[in-house]
Ligand binder design. Sequence first.
Ligand code: KG4
Ligand code: ZN
Length: 350
Amino acid sequence: MAKPPEQMTVLGIETSCDETSVAVVTGGHQVRSNVVATQFDVHAKYGGVVPELASRAHIENLDACVAEALAQAGLTLEQAREEIDAIAVSNRPGLVGCLLIGVTAAKTLSFVWGKPLIGVNHVHAHACSAAIELPADQPLWPAVALVVSGGHTSLYHVRDPQQIDLLGATIDDAAGEAFDKVASILNLGFPGGPIVERTAAPGNSTAYSFPRTMLGRDSLDFSFSGIKTAVLYTVHGPGKTTGGLERLSPQEIADIAASFQAAVTDVLVAKTMLAVEQTGVRTVVVGGGVAANKALRSGLTDACARRGITLHLTPMRYCTDNGAMIAHLGHHLLAAGRTDPLSLEARATA
Ligand code: KG4
Ligand code: ZN
């Protein structure tokens, strides 16, 4: 007899970018393990993720991550074969060579263990990540979901985990990408988000006035390439791309970082509130790597409190890429009977 959904256990595999992660989640919400292997040291000297190197690192890390995730969940290989009900894998969108490693591993486990395979949209998983550890009998949905990561900046209307409608997305750079590029302009290191946040801490966020690109009053799309260029010209002088950084004091660099962070936060908060108005939904959830940013977290907290909107911020450990969010959404797809054949493909686009 089939198990009820609350007893089902899903193995989640995530390899869409530069984190190799595997998790074991029971009932969709009980995270029994969530192992994450980062690759910061592999990419740091290039100032950004090198896709070919990321794929190779996934190959090197994935077996050990699966073994560790099973061990931390208290499962031997034999027990895992018995207890795990499905294999969920991030199969789109992302770096296709990276996705392929996770998809191949997931298909292999699915085939060998005779368990269903579930392809999960990585950005949808971020959109649902605020609910990972919340009680299954208190669903958050419907909600407006803001997903802010290195590859994506999107607003969704999450009617429930099986029905996620896109409301708007970036037309150029993602918010995290802008953080990473500004870190590179200021020569702060990689990955940029956390370092820009730390650099901004002693800075004055009103010292520089960077553009808040809104793309029209009713638009839920984003654009962050203009602000990146504005930071570049502030550092080097109008029209110049080099030579200015050495002339800036540490305080000026902190002020630029803080003013940049404030401009990005303002846009993200304003668009999220516009999505709330347009949909009439009274709950906001936020996920993705940039959701770890404290200025953004407090900006959204204030804006939602002023409007009486319920806000669920994804716990910090589930903001950046992780297998738990893949297993979590995979669980809801499994419960709805949405499994995939072994011909499932890795796709760069959603
Ligand atoms: O979701 P994620 O791990 O990977 C993608 O799917 O892209 O997000 C990574 C992005 C990077 O651009 C990183 O710089 C940014 O999230 N990030 C942050 C912070 N922590 C990570 N951005 C701003 N503030 C942070 N504290
Ligand atoms: Zn991500």
